[in-house]
Design a protein around this ligand. Sequence first.
Ligand SMILES: Cc1cc2nc3c(=O)[nH]c(=O)nc-3n(C[C@H](O)[C@H](O)[C@H](O)COP(=O)(O)O)c2cc1C
Length: 650
Amino acid sequence: MNRQFPHLCSPIKLAGVTFRNRMFSAPMGGTDITNDGCIGPKSTAFYELRARGGAGAVTVSECMVHPQTDGSHAYHLDTAILNSLASATYTADAIRRHGAMPSLELSHSGMYAGTYMTDKTRQHEMCQWGPSDTVRPDGVPVKALTKEMIAEIVAAYGTVAGLAKRAGFEMLMIHGGHGWLINQFLSPYFNKREDEYGGSLENRCRLACEILDAVRAAVGPRFPIEFRMSGSELFEGGYNLDEGVRIAQQIESRIDLLHVSAGTYQRGFGDTHPSMFKEHGCNVYLAAEIKKHVSVPVATLGGLNDPEQMEEIIASGKADVVYMARALLADPELPRKVTENRPQEIVRCLRCFTCMAERAATATRRCTVNPLIGREIEGCEVHPAPVKKKVLVAGGGPGGLYAAYTAARRGHQVILCEKENELGGILKSEQAIPFKKEMYQLTGTYELLARQAGVEIRLNTPVTAALAQEMKPDALIVAVGSHPLVPPIPGLTGDNVTIVNDYYKNTEKVGNDVVVLGGGLAGCECAVHLAMEGKTVHLVEMRDALAPDANVRHRPLLLQELDKQGVHIHTGFRGLKVTEEGVLCENTATGEEVLVAGHSVICALGQVSCTDTVDELRDAAPYVAVIGDAARVSTITNAVYWGYHAALDI
Ligand SMILES: Cc1cc2nc3c(=O)[nH]c(=O)nc-3n(C[C@H](O)[C@H](O)[C@H](O)COP(=O)(O)O)c2cc1C
């Protein structure tokens, strides 16, 4: 068979060990870590699905090596705990039995220990230890590690590496990037030591080298050791790519794979985890440059989700391995689809950060486009229904499409009716916004999957009670979505006003000076886009804060982007009247009336559920489920999740 992506699919040997392909699963901290720091069964299932999906290696993160001085958040694995060896063994087995190489990430947070999320009780009294005495931006004092403590930490890496090998892990990733302890020592910004661990580049690399030596001594020669580094710290005062090259050269003789990431968690979250405002593969240049100066194989990552692009990266010699984190949440089967020449079936990551935000918000994991994520243990198989039924789905947005796809996979006869002449619901509007192109493409992918599963799709067909009566479905899934809220503000129905959802049909109508009325997520993203196009944009929001409906990871990056693009922000302004000159507003603090000038106005004031249709269809079949915005104006994440489960419940 001719593989469409021969480079991605070709095996690679590291330290004499063969990996089945070059698509590796990057570390993604599990959310099911037991209270004493072991890998819980849900996390094991999470990693196992990545292995079943065809990845060459699956990295389990983040194993603390020295709990006495570490623990950045509540989800660290702690090998000092008796049960941890067993839990690690079950996890390594779960990965290995599907042909992927189980790898374990060993990390130490250094001065950023105890920073994030919910502090474990035991961390409240913790001291933060780093290369040098300092005070963190959040006011927490940091003490310099003594040489004795450094020796203890180095030895601990060796001990844990030995345990990991005993548990069945076949590769180790030493985390030397993203601003954590080893990175802090490498960095001239953090490391102000005057002993043999600070000053010259060679000295700053000493901790990394000693750790790698301790790990090698514990695991022996034919065992791949990978070093994860930031190719550049990407902030003022941190090391740059030139120094990144020299760091790589200091380290390469001790490792089998050099993993080049970017930036630091604390000072460049959107670089380390490239946001939707960045190009896919925006960090590949770092790996490509470093690869020119080292002889060890090099891995790259960062916003990669397109097989064509990843194939080119390997084919052109920019890197030897590609890693993916979020792309494998969106579609754990991505490597398998690439291998089996089915790239069109890949459900692409939206880079919406639901995955990372959910951990902060609820201590669980979710992915917008994949309802299984975080719940893999509940079963990844969609089982055939015992009794086959006729299922009618009203509405072809993401929730309706996913429901139809799932119901069809269960063997039901499924008809999906969409009242418009195009599928996608609210996602249709994303086609005008290039940084949200995956959101628009999602409809096409779900449609393909649904059609392949046997769903019949009828466009221009609104589902009414009469139609349902005629079709006599056993089950009806109501996914009719929402419509824009257009409050009775004078002038809001004028010719110079475009509803945000309709912008894609009216791009020509929107001139060079625009007022976006409504600073929720949709309004903010539209404002960013219009400003990127070179327009003068004013954003008017009645509340004090912008985009309160955006998740905690996306929101700061969105606000940064509004600032970067020069959008003029008017919070605490209530729109009173739209005129040809702009929007007359009331400053809610002072009561003063102010004209926010702009010849075009975008109305982004929110959505309202299509309750009339819901009410009409409530009794139109024996089983009726209302999902997505039709049930409650919410997120794509909820629409897809509810759609999936409504179909399983039939
Ligand atoms: C949900 C999530 C959890 C992550 N947890 C870890 C972690 O525990 N350790 C780590 O080194 N990197 C972690 N990362 C960073 C990823 O390994 C990766 O470097 C980053 O997401 C960029 O890759 P991507 O664009 O393919 O997502 C995490 C990323 C995500 C999305």
